[in-house]
Design a protein around this ligand. Structure first.
Ligand code: BGP
Length: 467
């Protein structure tokens, strides 16, 4: 396959809290980020890319540059400032205006209901570890289906459950900043999958004319050398970060292999996973009902055996080579000298995307279709004149699009690609100097400048071939 199909979506992605800014405008409530980021003092999310005001400009740029799909998310705390209760009309109206503008510009909106932004009040009650949160999330989703169901075609329940729990309970760089608590992480992932399943059920019951799916970050895991111990480490991390969620999403149950590895990790880390019968039924029915799987892919990992206590150092500065990621009962990520990495130590390995897609086709043959919902290169871009020469980004995206073409050739049903991100936004744990956008944002003036990658992407989208 040398061409992308005519109906293949060439999109770009955003997320409400990273793009909108205006965090105290329009009656918006707080998420768990505001206080945490203010206490930390590292960077200020209050303006972000000012998408709250500049969305017509960004959508106009999308249209001009051949981008025909956009991932946006609805900030739950704009609609329900306290997570539950009476809706906030100003927030409700904002998303009507935003979606209408997407339609006007012929940029298809793919709308996420939870993108790392639990309302603060529900976070304080335990976030995904509490039943109250899951109930409130289902109510919020129902409200959105009622309110916007006639104008949104593509819905995403949750963005990246793994990143949420890894950030909250393993790495500790998302509130509540707990480190190495694998049992909490695993329970929370399961609860998120139950929330997802209940929302899929609500969507199908309402008979909304549209499609619903979930987005997972899926990074391939390889043994650094072929010893039995290193293979086991790679297999364990794959099951923890990928297969556990994919089983829940597409099989509707955790297979015995998955459960035995999860139980072994839990045993090493002194915890347990609680699944009740009703939840098991819910997962089962959602697995056959969902319409698509979204995959976010940035990197893959190489692992070796690890027998010590968990130890993690997050590289949030772009100082190459400073990361450590070793999990008790799982394994340790190590540098593969043959594979290039970004300044944030993310291995650049397009083959990993191809391997992941092949694994999904083989292990979950009932998947219906796939969107690559995020992929892109975080870099320290420099504005020169009125553009950015981001050759590295073009090379990165070209290689990943080539992997997608290879998979289309293998009859893997991939319907679209969303570059992360449309314009520069802030990065949750890295601030504003890790840029991904097709459009450079001068955060002081909020002016947008198309990078060279934007012109290149437009050409690909128009010609449907890689150049
Ligand atoms: C994904 C998230 C995005 C975005 C992206 C880049 O995990 O869904 O919200 O942030 O990663 O990651 P980062 O900003 O950490 O470089």
């Amino acid at each position: 396959m040398k061409r992308f199909p005519d109906d293949f979506v060439f999109g770009a992605a955003t997320a409400a809290f990273q793009a909108e800014g205006a965090i105290t405008e329009g009656g918006k409530g707080e998420t768990y980020w505001e206080k945490y980021l203010a206490d930390q003092g590292a960077f200020d999310p209050s303006q972000a890319s000012d998408f709250y005001h500049k969305y017509p400009v960004d959508l106009q740029l999308a249209k001009e540059f051949g981008i025909n799909g956009i991932r946006i998310s609805i900030a739950w705390s704009r609609i329900f400032p306290e997570g539950v209760g009476e809706p906030n009309q100003e927030g409700v109206d904002f998303y009507h205006r935003l979606i209408d503008e997407c339609r006007k510009k012929n940029v298809e909106p793919f709308v996420t209901l939870h993108h790392f932004d639990t309302p603060y009040v529900l976070y304080k009650k335990g976030d995904w570890l509490s039943k109250e949160m899951v109930d409130a999330y289902v109510n919020f989703a129902r409200f959105c289906f009622e309110e916007y169901g006639d104008k949104i075609r593509y819905w995403i329940t949750i963005n990246e459950p793994w990143s949420v729990v890894a950030g909250q309970y393993i790495i500790g760089h998302f509130p509540p900043n707990i480190k190495y608590d694998l049992p909490k992480a695993i329970q929370s992932m399961h609860n998120m999958m139950v929330g997802h399943a209940r929302v899929v059920q609500a969507f199908k019951e309402k008979q909304i004319d549209g499609e619903i799916g979930i987005v997972h970050i899926l990074e391939s895991k390889y043994p650094i050398t072929d010893t039995a111990e290193n293979k086991k480490a790679a297999m364990y991390e794959n099951i923890l970060a990928n297969q556990f969620l994919l089983d829940a999403t597409l099989k509707g149950e955790y297979t015995p292999e998955t459960l035995s590895v999860i139980h072994s990790i839990l045993e090493e880390n002194n915890g347990e996973l609680v699944i009740d019968d009703e939840e098991a039924l819910l997962l089962k029915s959602a697995a056959s009902a969902i319409d698509f799987l979204g995959i976010n892919y940035y990197a893959s990992h190489f692992l070796q055996e690890y027998n010590g206590e968990s130890q993690i150092l997050h590289n949030g500065t772009g100082e190459k080579g400073s990361s450590i990621f070793a999990l008790k009962g799982v394994g340790e990520r190590v540098n593969n000298p043959e594979i290039p990495t970004t300044d944030w130590d993310w291995p650049i390995y397009p083959q990993g995307l191809e391997d992941m897609l092949t694994y999904i086709k083989e292990r979950y043959p009932n998947y219906k279709k796939i969107y690559i919902a995020e992929n892109g290169l975080g870099d320290k871009d420099i504005l020169e004149g009125d553009t950015v020469v981001d050759t590295n980004r073009i090379d990165y995206v070209r290689l990943h699009l080539q992997s997608i073409l290879n998979c289309l050739d293998k009859d893997i049903n991939i319907s679209g690609y969303f570059i992360w991100s449309l314009m520069d936004v802030f990065s949750w744990t890295n601030g504003y100097n890790k840029r991904y956008g097709l459009f450079y944002v001068d955060f002081a003036t909020q002016e947008r400048y198309p990078k060279e990658s934007a012109f290149w992407y437009k050409k690909i989208s128009e010609e449907r071939i890689l150049s």
